[in-house]
Structure formats: structure tokens, C-alpha cells
Write a protein of this length. Structure first.
Length: 403
């Protein structure tokens, strides 16, 4: 992915007529590349889409600051909420008063080659404002007809502005952009908070995940941004002794192998989202509550047979089988154990399932950056807002824009 950029290699390239040359940052991908740095102005821990985007924006807003982006896996990390996130931007998820930020996020997403406009049909059993009879919209989107029973969901709402993209591709593009703009990148490294900086544990792993090399470094940092998703609040309490009100929930993403194509819309019903992807659908179940501390997700049972879907998710799918008949067929992958169904811990800002992304100062030098359920719609704007705060920039690019 980024193997061509090695530690200590800085090539100078012009950045436009009359502009100073921009030196790209350094990349340390494994322990075999010596790391001898001792201090940075800013260290961002976590190179998911929120952390990587914050790094890119901060390099653009304050290029004089020395910045290090630390990731415990690769870029993008193949585990965690970013790689599994639905990647559905919809105006239906925008909290009141945040419309300008959401549309700024959408405009930046559509600059990514994986992003594309994709209408979203929100289906309902009851009539309501903005809803029309479902058959009217099925006439425009016949690809959705095999997926639903219009008698069970007779009313529908169309979001013609919706878009889909791959959050992992956004993380990769932002991380590479940050390095090109001068940020350093340290991969395969676990970071913990310490007074005045971070403690870095660099690991080299075999294919069986056995540690074969281990290094520890103490690093001073003027500012630390924790962008480690659902693990961030725990790190704040464990490393700093700062309790937060944030929570987390484990969400799974089963696959529905019913055919989809380029013209298939995103469907939403009963809080469940069917997102067209790779010729089928990713099933995005609703979140009902935060999971209690110490909760370990386990699979449920379907007609007495153990499956890989946790009980809450299984109940949601069973409740929608009449409205969405393909869920009651073999096209739905339920697995035999929890490991068979992709899932990840998701941060819940404020402990609420409907809360937008946020950032907050934990101490004078440590900030927490959280995405959560609505990171698809507002994540980039919140990452930019934190970068501007750290850089001391007062204006925001969406200020004054209409919602």
C-alpha cells in the first residue's frame, strides 16, 4: 500500500508555481525500520477515517507543526469500525442545525473515487410527512421490488441526495494525503497515553499473530489526539483517570446474497439498512442501546440452531422477515459462530445511539475524537473542526452555507 515510502526517505517535490516545495513525511511500517524520534508537536493515535482525516486537515491548516499519525495495524486497518462502516451518506441522518457540515462532508466524499450518488428509500408501515405510496417509488426503482412487500411497507420516503462510499478508502486516501503533506506515519504500533506524551509499543507479527519483535519508546507530544474509536473512552479512563459519558456497542454486518446492481437504491426499514455492495447487500442492523461494560457478544439461536448473529440482531431480522422476504431465505448469511459474521465495536458519543460524532478535550493537551453511528454523514466535518481547533483557526469552510 505505502511500502514505497520508507523511513528517512523524504523527496522534495514542487507544490505549484510560487509555492514552497513540500517534503513528504516518513513511514515506518515495521520494527526493522529504526525509529529514533523523541518529540512531536501533535500525535494522532488511530488512522481510521476520523484520525487520518484529522491528520490531513491539520497538515493543511498548520503545516509548521510536526505531526505523527500512529496506527496499530496497517493503512487502512482491516479490523475495526472504519473498514466495516456502512458508508451511507443520507440527509435523513442529519441532526437539526448540522446541515451545512453534513453537506460539506458529502461534497468531500464525492471527491473520492469509491463514492457515488445512490438514492435511498426509507420504507414505513404508517403514512407520514414526505411519504408517498411505496408502489409509486418502486415504479422508479424496479430493482428494489424483489426485496420488499409493499403491503407490509405501503409508504416510502425518497432521499435523492444520498450517496455511498467506502470508509476504508477514505481512511487510506486521507492517510496517504497526510503523508504527502508532511505527516509522519508509524504503523503496527500500539500507543498508550503518558504524562506529556505517549508510550509506543512497536510490534512485528508472524502470520499466526505471534510477536517476534517488540520495541518500546517514550515520545513527548505537545498535543495528543485519541482517535481510536470505541477504545478511546476506555483509554481516557485507564491511562489518564478521566471518566467520560461515552459508551460503545457491538454491531454486526451480515450479508444478504440477493442480487444488486449499479441502479439499486439503498433501502431502510424498521431501522435496518440494506446497502448494495459487491453484487449483494450489506445488512446494517439498528442500534438499540449501549452495551454494558464487560459485555462479550455471543451468537443467538434460530429454530434452536446456534448461529453467528447476536440475539438482538437476530430478533430485528426476524421481525422484518415479512416486510423484507429475502431475509427469510438462505440468501441471508447467519454463520455458525460469531466469528463468521463481520462485526466491530462502535463508539457511542455520550452513550447515545443517535448522537453525532464529536470531539472533546480530556486535559489541556489530550483530545478525544469519536465517530459513532453518524460518522458516515458528519465524520469528516467533525475531524476538520478538531484540526482547526488545534491549529487555532476560527473559520470553518461550511460557515454561512445553507443547509
Amino acid at each position: 500500500m505505502m511500502g514505497a515510502m520508507t523511513a528517512g526517505a523524504r523527496t522534495t517535490g514542487g507544490s505549484g508555481a510560487g509555492q514552497p516545495a513540500q517534503e513528504p513525511g516518513r513511514v515506518w511500517a515495521h520494527v526493522g525500520q529504526p525509529f529514533a524520534e523523541r518529540d512531536y508537536d501533535v500525535v494522532i493515535v488511530g488512522a481510521g477515517r476520523m484520525g487520518a482525516a484529522c491528520a490531513l486537515f491539520l497538515r493543511r491548516l498548520a503545516p509548521a507543526l510536526r505531526l505523527l499519525l500512529v496506527e496499530r495495524g496497517g493503512l487502512p486497518n482491516e479490523d475495526g469500525a472504519t473498514i466495516l462502516a456502512p458508508g451511507v451518506w443520507t440527509a435523513l441522518d442529519v441532526p437539526p442545525g448540522r446541515e451545512a457540515e453534513a453537506h460539506w462532508t458529502r461534497a468531500n466524499l464525492l471527491g473520492d473515487p469509491t463514492a457515488r450518488p445512490c438514492p435511498l428509500l426509507s420504507l414505513h408501515a404508517e403514512e407520514g410527512p414526505g411519504r408517498v405510496p411505496t408502489p409509486h417509488l418502486l415504479a422508479r426503482f424496479p430493482q428494489a421490488a424483489p426485496l420488499l412487500d409493499p403491503r407490509a411497507l405501503p409508504w416510502a420516503e425518497l432521499d435523492g441526495e444520498a450517496a455511498t462510499y467506502r470508509p476504508g478508502a477514505v481512511a487510506l486516501a486521507c492517510g496517504q494525503g497526510a503523508v504527502r503533506a508532511g505527516a509522519d506515519l508509524l504503523l503496527n504500533t500500539q500507543a498508550g497515553l503518558t504524562p506529556g506524551g505517549v508510550c509506543l509499543e512497536r510490534l512485528t507479527l508472524t502470520n499466526t499473530h505471534q510477536i517476534v519483535t517488540h520495541e518500546t519508546h517514550e515520545l513527548r507530544a505537545g498535543r495528543v489526539i485519541m482517535a481510536t474509536g470505541a477504545e478511546g473512552p476506555h483509554a481516557a479512563e485507564h491511562d489518564l483517570g478521566v471518566p467520560t459519558a461515552h459508551g460503545r456497542a457491538y454491531r454486526q454486518f451480515p450479508r444478504l446474497n440477493t442480487p444488486s446492481g449499479d441502479e439499486t437504491p439503498v433501502l431502510r426499514a424498521g431501522g435496518l439498512t440494506l446497502r448494495p455492495l459487491h453484487g449483494g447487500f450489506t445488512v446494517v442492523p439498528p442500534l438499540h442501546h449501549r452495551d454494558p461494560h464487560g459485555y462479550v457478544p455471543t451468537g443467538g439461536r434460530l429454530t434452536g440452531v446456534p448461529v453467528g448473529l447476536r440475539r438482538e440482531t437476530l430478533e430485528d431480522l426476524i421481525g422484518l422477515m415479512d416486510a423484507l422476504p429475502p431475509l427469510a431465505t438462505g440468501a441471508l448469511e447467519v454463520g455458525r459462530s460469531l466469528a463468521d459474521v463481520p462485526g466491530a465495536w462502535l463508539a457511542l458519543p455520550g452513550g447515545r445511539v443517535d448522537a453525532p460524532p464529536t470531539h472533546q478535550p480530556l486535559t489541556d493537551s489530550v483530545h478525544l475524537l469519536l465517530g459513532g453511528p453518524h460518522a458516515d454523514t458528519l465524520g469528516l466535518a467533525v475531524a476538520y473542526d478538531l484540526a482547526a481547533t488545534v491549529a487555532g483557526v476560527e473559520t470553518r469552510p461550511w460557515a454561512g452555507q445553507e443547509g
